[in-house]
Write a protein that binds this ligand. Structure first.
Ligand code: FES
Ligand SMILES: [Fe+2]
Length: 356
């Protein structure tokens, strides 16, 4: 019997969305940025993990730290946007925090008996870096990044040495009118490429060359580019559970980084970006920017339309589960990676005692 997809209620209900947020996004390693965004002491940026506001900052000691972006006085945010600061000063009552999260000053606190500044810190979050990417995990007891994805770092480095030293060339946030799992599943199969991307992707790749290697919490898609294989090499797309992609692209050392951010049961944000080696400039850089822009306006646009339509179908009483095309013979047209993603999702459900 063919493997069936996860029942549609897991893609549509508020209850299951809460499950995904708390049991998956608050407990998994989330790619939130690149080390180039915090190159110097005092550099910071704000971001989100699901609905949690997060602050990433580089301290005077050179360490990159992550905090909940919540003042420990009465819960206002302590930072917005990105930039460089010596201190984070909360806009509400002007409490100030050092770059390491320690409270430095709270107006009038000296007049409060027993007020101990030294006890107050921004709540810190686990942060680790790999391949120049910054990952955070809201679970204090999480297994380390390296142990969660053993072999990932070496695998990516074998396809692109020196990947840590990059700068952003192109980035865009794309709204998807669907559950985050629909977005993730869509980017994990090329079964739809012939029909959805007939004039884009299928023109560029040798679909016969496709393979997919599964390694527990991550997997790799491989495909060869047509025509310019010798010049530019192949494409290796690494999917990192639950929602991140590092795509080593065969042009001018470019890498495409993506992540799917859950916004609601039927809404997600697809962060789509292209990165290049720090030293890339001039025409080569322009070529990558043009390619990223072109992909965004064609492939991403085509995907945005289908994922929205799938979500409406999942919300229909006319659908619950369907069979996946899981076959080693199917090549680029297989849904093996989706089957794997869904088995990881089923494991998360099982660990939390939820029945499918
Ligand atoms: S909430 Fe930040 S200073 Fe009061
Ligand atoms: Fe697609």
């Amino acid at each position: 019997l063919a493997q069936l997809t996860i029942p549609s209620r897991f893609y549509t209900d508020e209850k299951h969305f809460e499950f995904d947020k708390k049991q998956i996004f608050y407990k998994s390693w989330q790619f939130v940025g690149h080390i180039s965004q915090v190159a110097n002491a005092g550099d910071y940026f704000t971001t989100k993990v699901a609905d949690e506001n997060i602050l990433i900052a580089k301290g005077e000691d050179g360490e990159i730290r992550a905090f909940f972006n919540v003042c420990q006085h009465r819960a206002h945010a302590v930072a917005t946007g990105a930039g460089n600061r010596k201190l984070f000063v909360c806009h509400y009552h002007a409490w100030s925090y050092r770059l390491n999260g320690q409270l430095l000053r709270a107006p009038q606190a000296e007049n409060v008996e027993g007020f101990c500044k030294g006890d107050i810190k921004l709540r810190e979050i686990k942060l680790e870096t790999m391949l120049g990417l910054i990952f955070v995990n809201l679970d204090d007891n999480a297994v380390s990044l390296k142990d969660t994805y053993p072999g990932l770092e070496a695998g990516v480095l074998s396809t692109r040495a020196g990947i840590e030293k990059m700068k952003v060339a192109f980035e865009r946030d794309i709204e998807h009118n669907c559950n985050w799992k629909v977005s993730v599943e869509n980017l994990n199969e090329c079964y739809h490429c012939d029909s959805v991307h007939a004039t884009s992707i299928t023109q560029l790749y040798e679909t016969d060359s496709y393979s997919c290697d599964i390694y527990g919490n991550f997997l790799r898609h491989f495909i060869a580019r047509k025509h310019d294989r010798e010049l530019h090499g192949d494409l290796h797309s690494w999917f990192i559970w639950p929602n991140n992609v590092v795509e080593v692209f065969p042009i001018h050392g470019a890498v495409s980084l993506r992540r799917v951010v859950p916004l609601g049961p039927n809404r997600s944000k697809y962060y789509y970006s292209w990165w290049v080696p720090e030293s890339l400039s001039g025409e080569a850089l322009q070529e990558v920017v043009a390619l990223g822009t072109d992909y965004c306006n064609t492939v991403c646009q085509e995907d945005t339309v289908v994922v929205g339509c799938v979500q409406r179908g999942l919300e229909s009483i006319g659908f619950d589960r369907g069979p996946l095309i899981v076959s080693t013979q199917a090549g680029a047209q297989s849904e093996n990676a989706i089957a794997h993603f869904q088995s990881l999702y089923a494991n998360a459900l099982e660990a939390a005692g939820v029945d499918i």
